[in-house]
Design a protein around this ligand. Structure first.
Ligand code: PCA
Length: 218
């Protein structure tokens, strides 16, 4: 019997007219890798209200992972952003991949206003930086499908009693995307993949987060 413990790393499909999503490209390179005795299993997510959440819940049931990390792209980001919080609101500035555009609707009616990531976000940022990868804590995952999925994931994990940890990371565009968009930052795929490995490493090594600031002034 194969008893190796699993980490589920999910990434979003392309959206908004982009031919690729760096999240999907990065996670493809992580599939099957072993880190600290855990095996990384990757899955893709639709950029769609509702079905993105159904997909992640199905993957968690299928794989029974110890830890769940979801990755999405973010235009304009210069570094790898470990998300602190998911909020209970959909306010889509653009349509998702099935044409949905909810405005100011709760993700879960009657659900808590927000869920914190249950990953050690400061330790993950610190470990990436120590490994030479630009990273920071982000205090908002936006109000589009990434926040929607992040909230849905944390709600599902909370309903299981938080027996497994979960969180979300936003990554910059790839150079091949930025080259079409004057003035937008990007990060090489191998840098992103290394950053995700270090982030996972730190998440496994730190059951509790470290006490350093990840805050911002407004
Ligand atoms: N980024 C979008 C949705 C999918 C993705 O990769 C977001 O930040 O909401």
């Amino acid at each position: 019997m194969n008893t190796i413990k699993k980490i589920l790393v999910a990434g979003f499909e392309p959206f908004g007219g982009e031919p690729v999503n760096p999240a999907l490209e990065a996670i493809k390179l992580l599939n099957g890798r072993q880190i600290d005795g855990f095996e990384i299993i990757t899955r893709s997510l639709p950029v769609v209200k509702g079905s993105s959440i159904t997909s992640i819940i199905n993957y968690v049931e299928e794989l029974d992972p110890e830890l769940v990390l979801v990755v999405g792209q973010s235009l304009g980001y210069v570094d790898i952003a470990v998300e602190r919080v998911a909020i209970n609101i959909d306010d889509f500035r653009i349509k998702d991949n099935e044409g949905n555009q909810p405005i100011d609707e709760p993700i879960v009616i009657g659900g808590p206003d927000a869920y914190w990531s249950t990953l050690p976000i400061k330790a993950m940022v610190g470990h990436m930086r120590a490994g030479g990868i630009p990273a920071r804590v982000s205090n908002t995952a936006g109000t589009f499908v990434c926040n929607h999925l992040f909230y849905g994931l944390m709600h599902a994990l909370a309903r299981e009693g938080n027996k497994r940890r979960g969180g979300f990371i936003h990554i910059p565009y790839l150079p091949e995307q930025a080259v079409r968009l004057a003035g937008q930052p990007s990060m090489a795929l191998e840098t992103i993949v290394r950053g995700l490995e270090l982030a996972i490493d730190a998440a496994l090594a730190n059951k509790q987060d470290i006490k350093v600031t990840g805050g911002t002034l407004c």
